[in-house]
Design a protein around this ligand. Structure first.
Ligand code: GLU
Length: 319
C-alpha cells in the first residue's frame, strides 16, 4: 500500500492567519495520525506577489506552532517553490497539447464579462467558448494584437467525488465550469495545472484545504486523469469566521500570527482553542499537536463554518 502523504501548500502573499493555521493543523494531524509523510510546498506562482521572505516567515510560523515536515520548504531547495518549477508544468502542458485539448484564448477581462455566461456560485463565470473555434488565420491576426492565455477543453461530463469532510459533491465540467485557463497570457501557469502536476509528482494521497476551493476540485480531478495520476482523497475544511459570521481574510492584521505569537507566547493555548472550536476537544485547554494526533478523527470536524473563539479575538484586539 502507498504510504499516506499529505501537504500544506500555502501561497505566501502575506502573514498566516488562523484560517491558514487551521488548514496546516488539520492536514498535518490527518496524515501524521496515520504515520504518513508530510510535505511543505510553497505556491508562489505569482512570484511578484510572493517574495521569499514571506515564505520564510510562513516556515518560521509553522515551526513555532510545532509543525514539522519530511520534505519541502527552504531545506529542500528550489524544488519546493512553484516559481522554480516551470519546466515541470511545461511538460504537463505538452501532454495536454499533444492530446489536442488546448487552444489560445484572447478574451480580455471586459470581453469575458460582456459574454454574460452564467456565473458560478464562487463568483467566477462559465467560459462561453468564444475562442475555441478560431481559425489559424484568426489566431495569427490576434497574436499581433495581444498575448493569449491557454485554455483546456472540458468534456460534457459530470465529475463526482466524496469529500472526506463535505460528503458527496458533483460538478458538470461543461455546464458548471467551461473550458478553463491552464496558463495565463503572461506565461504564468494557472493554479489548477500547477497544483495537480505537483500533487501528482510528489505522491500526495490526501489534499486538505479550505472549503472555498471545493469548486476547483472537479477541474483538478479531470487533470489528474489526463496526467495519469491517482486521484487523492480530498478534505475541504470549514472556514473560520468572526463571531458575527464575517469571513477572515489576510488583510485582517488583527489575527495574523505576528500578533498572536506576541499575545500568547506559546502555541499550546492557540492550538487548544482551535481544537475546541473544530470539535477535537471538549475544552479549550492548552494542548500540543502531538497530543491531538493520538486520537484525531475527521468525523468530529464540522462541515459548516466555524465561529472563532471569542478569547482569541479579544486577546488580539486588546494588544
Ligand atoms: N495555495 C493555495 C492557498 O494558499 C492552496 C492550494 C491547495 O491547497 O490546493 O490557498
Amino acid at each position: 500500500m502507498t504510504q499516506p502523504c499529505g501537504r500544506f501548500a500555502p501561497t505566501p502573499s502575506g502573514r498566516m492567519h488562523l484560517g491558514n493555521i487551521l488548514c496546516a493543523m488539520l492536514s498535518w494531524l490527518s496524515v501524521r495520525s496515520k504515520g504518513g509523510r508530510y510535505i511543505l510546498r510553497i505556491e508562489d506562482l505569482d512570484a511578484e506577489r510572493c517574495p521569499r521572505r514571506l515564505a520564510d516567515q510562513i516556515e518560521d510560523d509553522l515551526r513555532w506552532f510545532g509543525l514539522d515536515w519530511d520534505e519541502g520548504g527552504s531545506d529542500g531547495g528550489d524544488a519546493w517553490y512553484q516559481s522554480c518549477r516551470t519546466p515541470i508544468y511545461e511538460h504537463y502542458e505538452e501532454i495536454l497539447r499533444g492530446r489536442g485539448l488546448l487552444y489560445p484564448c484572447f478574451c480580455s477581462r471586459a470581453e469575458l464579462h460582456a459574454a454574460q455566461a452564467p456565473h458560478r456560485s464562487d463568483g467566477t463565470y462559465v467560459y462561453a467558448g468564444t475562442c475555441r473555434n478560431l481559425t489559424e488565420e484568426q489566431i495569427r491576426e490576434k497574436r499581433k494584437q495581444r498575448g493569449a492565455a491557454t485554455r483546456l477543453i472540458v468534456p460534457d461530463e459530470t465529475i463526482r467525488f466524496t469529500d472526506g469532510c463535505q460528503g458527496d459533491y458533483e460538478e458538470n465540467l461543461a455546464r458548471d465550469c467551461g473550458d478553463f485557463i491552464v496558463r495565463r497570457s503572461d506565461g504564468v501557469f494557472a493554479y489548477q495545472l500547477a497544483v495537480v502536476a505537483d500533487d501528482g509528482e510528489m505522491g500526495v494521497t490526501e489534499v486538505v484545504r479550505g472549503q472555498d476551493l471545493i469548486g476547483s476540485t472537479a477541474r483538478q480531478i479531470y487533470l489528474y486523469r489526463l496526467f495519469g495520476f491517482p486521484v487523492p482523497q480530498f478534505y475541504h475544511i470549514p472556514l473560520l469566521t468572526a463571531p458575527d459570521g464575517r469571513r477572515l481574510s489576510k488583510r485582517e492584521k488583527d489575527l495574523d500570527l505576528g500578533v498572536l505569537r506576541g499575545v500568547f507566547g506559546t502555541p499550546e493555548p492557540i492550538i487548544g482553542m482551535m481544537a475546541q472550536a473544530c470539535g477535537l476537544r471538549e475544552t479549550a485547554q492548552p494542548v500540543t499537536l502531538a497530543e491531538l494526533a493520538e486520537d484525531f478523527d475527521w468525523t468530529r470536524i464540522p462541515t459548516h463554518d466555524i465561529a472563532l473563539p471569542l478569547e482569541i479575538l479579544h486577546a488580539a484586539s486588546a494588544k
